[in-house]
Design a protein around this ligand. Structure first.
Ligand code: SF4
Ligand code: SF4
Length: 356
């Protein structure tokens, strides 16, 4: 991570440092090109989160996105899904879970994303990282990794803890050629809000970027922050304002317990692909629209682009907010849908609804 490290950071060798800077520069060029492409046309997704297996090696109590039993999605099926996302014109494919590092063929999935010239990201709890595993991710072509750290000491809510993960962060600082972002959180059941500050300081010290998130409830909706949480939130934001957390303006309203006025482009600019290969609006609105990815077409993207989601005002799903900024200034949404509340919505009747 030398490319984004402070002047006090060190690297194994000058040659390695130069190579990392070159990779970071090339990555930024590709990112800018993808944003230019998104500004030029609204008919393709910008980002997709894809789940290669639902199983996780942890069991954070606030999480509704994992199980303890499921098998990995077979590689040929994962490759077909990646190929279809590329056909739809998706610019960024982020592998999510469950825990992606449990998938035995994760590297081949990443390599396929890069084969199509798309940005490849992953979200991991970091527990399974080792130097050789990081080197394999380098070779596969990973562009971005996000690790969310919830607290300093593990507790009954979460074991995504700085005390447990600090050695993994040091390994990443030494070996990763990809960009690493450390996300800390406030809200939900997080016991000590000040932990977010400790985590952000450590992330920046190691040369990573740092963001702060607000934990959503089981429906992806607003949880008002307490005074102490709000104070810590602003302190961390002050530390990280130079990084891409600046695209999290929507959080200001959430922190103050107010709704956001925005256009959620889920189903269009952002897709969530579950382990069963269905397209959903996001991790918290699974079942909507619930169409198999293999049948998802540009017409679906165009329809969802113009569909207002009534869950938007209190939504805390930051990746969808960030992606939706691209089109904030254009294309008012002309039809409406209320994910999660089918009985009130006649216009949902032509969509496939599943129960997960
Ligand atoms: S590590 Fe992530 S996927 Fe696993 S239980 Fe915790 S929040 Fe959920
Ligand atoms: S507003 Fe969009 S991203 Fe947020 S919960 Fe609703 S569908 Fe999901």
């Amino acid at each position: 991570m030398k490319d984004e490290m402070s002047s006090t950071s060190s690297s194994p060798s000058t040659g390695r440092s130069v190579a990392r800077r070159a990779k970071a520069a090339a990555r930024r060029v590709r990112e800018l090109a993808s944003i230019g492409h998104a500004l030029a046309s609204t008919s393709h997704p910008y980002m997709a989160h894809i789940v290669p297996m639902r199983r996780c090696n942890l069991s954070c109590t606030y999480c509704n996105e994992f199980d303890e039993v499921s098998d990995p999605v077979p590689l040929p099926e994962m490759l077909r899904r990646i190929d279809h996302l590329a056909r739809l014109g998706t610019s960024v494919v982020t592998i999510s879970g469950g825990e992606p590092l449990l998938h035995p063929e994760l590297d081949a999935i990443i390599a396929r994303i890069r084969h199509h010239g798309r940005m490849a990201g992953m979200i991991t709890n970091g527990y399974l990282l080792m130097p050789d595993r990081i080197q394999r991710l380098n070779r596969a072509g990973l562009d971005h990794m996000q690790i969310s750290i919830d607290n300093v000491q593990p507790d009954e809510v979460s074991k995504k803890s700085l005390k447990v993960l600090d050695k993994k962060l040091q390994m990443l600082a030494a070996h990763a050629d990809f960009h690493v972002n450390i996300n800390s959180v406030v809200g939900g059941g997080i016991k000590y809000p000040q932990d977010a500050l400790t985590i952000a300081h450590r992330a920046l010290e190691l040369g990573f970027t740092s963001t702060i998130g607000i934990i959503h409830d089981g429906d992806g909706q607003l949880k008002p922050l307490r005074d102490e949480e709000r104070r810590i939130y602003y302190e961390v934001k002050g530390l990280t304002k130079k990084h891409y957390s600046r695209f999290n303006h929507f959080q200001e309203a959430i922190v103050n317990g107010e709704p956001n006025d925005w256009r959620c482009r889920a189903g269009a600019r952002y897709l969530y692909i579950c382990e069963n290969g269905l397209v959903h609006y996001c991790s918290q609105q699974r079942g909507w629209p619930g169409i198999p990815l293999s049948e998802y077409r540009t017409e679906d993207v165009e329809r969802e682009f113009l569909t207002q989601k009534t869950c938007a005002p209190n939504c805390t799903i930051s990746c969808v907010h960030q992606v939706s900024y691209i089109d904030h200034w254009r294309a008012p949404q002309t039809s409406q849908i209320s994910p999660g509340m089918p009985s009130s919505l006649p216009q949902t009747q032509d969509l496939i609804n599943i129960q997960l």
